[in-house]
Design a binder for this molecule. Structure first.
Ligand code: URA
Length: 436
């Protein structure tokens, strides 16, 4: 295959045939196409787009670039949730054990941070001993026995996405509807799911900055997922403000445990319970959304998902004693510095993009595909829009590796917050749901 001519064709806006897409994905996965040529193709796709047939071909070729999980027959439906990525977005962590306790099987194949957005696997890597890389046989065994697993795609699962994902991160080609669709759905379709709930984010820290673009992405993914036999719904959710009050790998694990133990934050709880409720309705385990929501809430309040969390992390190698010791610490970073409000009032802005950039630059995210992550850095006690703050009240705390980095972060974070005399109207985290 002459890949250069395909790059040129896409650069000129031509339509690629499904066989051409299948072939270049096969060759790229086999290491026969160099990264620089694939990066050029990704940029051409970024600017020229892919039509529905091309996106379907790319998604299926990526799914088939490796093993597709096959599970034993079971009455428990196979379900999963995937987010397009955000700041403080830790929904998957409490959701997986909750879903297992609601009678689902959850093979949650997750990703690493992309751009400024955090990745579920990076958060889990902050747990002592926890293994995110499991062979397919162990994934299946754990799903059958524990009910849930959160892990990365192995070398043999969707390897094409693994390679392309890293290239996109380093080549400025992340916010592309067909590339996000193919990336997310190829992984989800390789899990042989019955139902999938997608959390498509819009706002200043999302890949899709406007609600209209997020809706386009949500519609494309819901249509393709349903067409491929997985009951798929998408929620459009706000990513102008971080989810919860903490962002940064370990700090988010800690906040997720708080959520499993019935403590706030309200927006995280809402995203977790709404995701579970949709899946209960999609799989016909519940007749109405209201009944499903109540079922999910009762289950969370029973404390079982908190126990299930322990079961899941131990099954994946975590040292529970070390985990509990770490949980008891106020901070695992070397330095903690508070950002204080200069005046009293209501928080009217808490800019997720600035917070995400600061965390990445503190070492919590990647600037290149080989960057080494510092799991302990981040921002917590984040004051959210609508909240009251007094003069010298805490707007957030910075956890950093040294005091110079902490001070620089605090200075930058000043611009993330706005305080007004009037209480702003609150926007709900979920603004729309798309089924088809
Ligand atoms: N999550 C993914 O898995 N892929 C993307 O492209 C974006 C978010």
């Amino acid at each position: 295959m002459n890949f250069l001519s395909l790059i040129e064709a896409k650069r000129e806006g031509k339509i690629l045939a499904p066989e051409q897409i299948q072939e270049f994905i096969r060759e790229f996965t086999a290491g026969e196409i160099p990264d620089y040529q694939m990066a050029a193709m990704l940029m051409a796709i970024y600017f020229r787009g892919l039509n529905t047939a091309e996106t379907t071909a790319l998604t299926l070729a990526m799914r088939d670039s490796g093993d597709v999980l096959t599970f034993p027959r079971d009455t428990r439906p196979l379900v999963d949730k995937h987010s397009t990525g955000g700041i403080g977005d830790k929904v998957s962590l409490p959701l997986a054990p909750l879903l297992a306790c609601l009678g689902f099987r959850v093979p949650m194949i997750s990703g690493r941070g992309l751009g400024i957005t955090g990745g579920t696997l990076d958060k889990l890597d902050s747990i002592p001993g926890f293994k995110t890389l499991l062979p397919p046989a162990q994934i299946i065994k754990q799903v059958q026995q524990v009910g849930c697993v959160i892990c990365g795609q192995t070398d043999t699962m969707v390897p094409a996405d693994k390679k392309i994902y890293a290239l996109r991160d380093a080549s400025g080609t992340v916010p592309s509807i067909p590339l996000i669709t193919a990336s997310i759905l190829s992984k989800k379709l390789a899990e042989s799911l019955n139902a999938l709930i997608l959390d498509v984010k819009f706002g200043c820290a999302a890949f899709m900055q406007t609600k209209a673009d997020a809706r386009k992405l949500a519609k494309a993914m819901a249509a393709l997922g349903n067409e491929c036999g997985t009951n798929t719904r998408a929620m459009l959710t706000d990513m102008n403000t971080p989810v919860g009050h903490a962002a940064g790998n370990w700090l988010e694990v800690k906040e997720s445990i708080g959520c499993l133990e019935g403590r706030e934050p309200a927006d995280l709880l809402e995203l977790v319970l709404d995701s579970a409720a949709h899946l209960l309705v999609q799989t016909k385990k519940s007749k109405s959304f209201a009944a499903a929501r109540k079922q999910a809430e009762d289950c969370l309040n029973s404390g079982e998902p908190r126990q299930k969390w322990n079961e899941m992390i131990v099954a994946q190698g975590a040292n529970l004693k070390a985990f509990n010791r770490k949980l008891a610490l106020d901070s695992t970073a070397k330095t903690v510095v508070e950002l204080k409000s200069e005046k009293p009032g209501y928080v009217s802005k808490c800019d997720a993009r600035t917070i995400g950039e600061v965390i990445r630059d503190l070492g919590g995210g990647r600037l290149t595909k080989d960057s080494v992550i510092d799991y302990d850095v981040g921002v917590d006690q984040i004051a959210k829009p609508g909240g009251r703050v007094e003069k010298s009240g805490v707007l957030c705390r910075v956890h950093a590796a040294d005091s110079i980095a902490a001070k620089m972060a605090v200075t930058r974070l000043k611009t993330a917050f706005e305080i007004t005399a009037k209480r702003p109207t609150k926007t709900p985290p979920v603004v729309e749901v798309i089924s088809r």
